[in-house]
Every structure is written in structure tokens, then in C-alpha cells.
Design a binder for this molecule. Structure first.
Ligand code: CA
Length: 226
């Protein structure tokens, strides 16, 4: 899952980024409002963590402009201010949740999982496809009960495929969700990673869960039938 953090206090932004990367998210950061807004407008994210007090463009106007532009990405507002008024303004502008500073990383991570679940077709924290199980809280993957070691990138790719089980996903859609911006769309890196992932989850298995769709991309599916 790909997350954008818009936060001008670099210490806080980097603390969140490192924590989220440990939780296996793909994280982009912006340290001022205008840059954050532009990155949010020009890329696809699964969620945005948005500070309120920002130089350039404040969090409320970023949120307002994103929503007016039809960008429906889940937004978790972060702020030092914790008055009811601010919470109400944020929620009325279309924020999905609100977290007053200071907060613990554990709470941030739990709220993020919660808004991601709400926007996902798959509501469970445990994703299943055939005998493959992915626990999105512990970040562990199992095939037929046997744990599979995954890198952060492989995990992000697998989670995205499993959340969109049975859907055909183009390479560019996968790229938007699993890679940071500044990524070269012409590269074949998706194919490289899918191949690595397959060698871990589908190797020696009679049921191949990741299917190639010629000329389009990939699909994760439960049965061997077409
Ligand atoms: Ca700030």
C-alpha cells in the first residue's frame, strides 16, 4: 500500500516514514503544502497522512482542493490542535479520520489500517487466496500453513494483488499502488518482482495463484479455472 505523508516537521515526517516502512508500506513524503498537494494530485496513493499547519498551503485547503478535484483517497489528518472545531472542519471537508499530536506510532498505524480497510473491497485484516494467507497486521504470509519470507517490496505487491483478488490489474495500475513516484513507467520492474514473488509463493504448488494476462498485467485468483 502506498502512502503519502505531508508534514513540515521533518523529524515527525521521518519518524512516520520509517515506522511505516517497517510496517511494509511504500512511503512518499512532502515537507510543504504546495508540493504535497501537487504530488497528491499527480499520483495514486492508498492513503494520505496530512498535517494541518503547513507552509505554502495548509492541510485544510489541500483536503478541500483534493476533494473538489474528485480525489477520493482516504485522508488521516494530523494536528497539534485538538479542539472540536478543527476536528469538525476536517471531517466536514472530507477527512476520513483525525489524530491529534502527540500520538503514538501504534495508534497512527492502527488508524491508518482502519481507514485503508474502509476503502478496500476486502475488509478483513487477514487476506486469503486459496491456501495463501496474508496477515496485514503482523505482515506475515503463509502458503499451506508454511511461512513465506518476503521483502518489503514483495509484501507490498502481494498485498495489493490479494486485496484485488480476481481482478485483472494492469502493470501501470500495479505500479501506481506499489512504487514511489519518480518511477520509470517503461521499466519492466513489475515483471521482475512478480517473477520473484511467484518463485516464493507458487513454486512447487499445483495451484498457481498469480496469473499472467497477456498484454495487460496480472491477476491473483483462487481457482485454476479460467
Ligand atoms: Ca506542521
Amino acid at each position: 500500500m502506498r502512502i503519502l505523508v505531508i508534514e513540515d516537521e521533518r523529524k515527525v515526517a521521518n519518524f512516520i516514514k520509517h515506522g511505516l516502512e517497517e510496517e511494509r508500506y511504500i512511503v512518499d513524503t512532502a515537507y510543504d503544502g504546495q508540493t504535497g498537494f501537487e504530488i497528491a494530485m499527480n499520483n495514486h496513493f492508498d492513503a494520505i497522512l496530512l498535517d494541518v499547519m503547513l507552509p505554502g498551503k495548509d492541510g485544510f485547503s489541500i483536503l478541500k482542493d483534493l476533494r473538489e478535484a474528485g480525489v477520493a483517497v482516504p485522508v488521516l489528518m494530523l494536528t497539534a490542535r485538538s479542539t472540536t472545531d478543527d476536528r469538525v472542519v476536517g471531517l466536514d471537508l472530507g477527512a476520513d479520520d483525525y489524530l491529534p499530536k502527540p500520538f503514538s506510532f501504534e495508534e497512527l498505524a492502527a488508524r491508518l489500517r482502519s481507514i485503508l480497510r474502509r476503502s478496500s473491497p476486502e475488509k478483513s485484516t487477514k487476506l486469503k487466496c486459496g491456501d495463501l494467507l496474508l496477515d496485514t497486521v503482523s505482515h506475515l504470509a503463509f502458503r499451506a500453513g508454511k511461512e513465506i519470507e518476503l521483502t518489503t517490496k514483495e509484501y507490498a505487491l502481494l498485498e495489493y494483488l490479494m486485496r484485488n483478488k480476481n481482478r485483472i490489474l494492469s502493470r501501470s495500475t500495479i505500479t501506481q499502488h506499489v512504487w514511489k513516484h519518480n518511477f520509470d513507467p517503461e521499466s519492466n520492474i513489475i515483471d521482475v518482482y512478480v517473477k520473484r514473488l511467484r518463485s516464493k509463493i507458487d513454486k512447487d504448488e499445483s495451484m498457481q495463484l498469480i496469473q499472467s494476462i497477456r498484454g495487460v498485467g496480472y491477476r491473483m485468483r483462487e481457482t485454476g479455472e479460467s
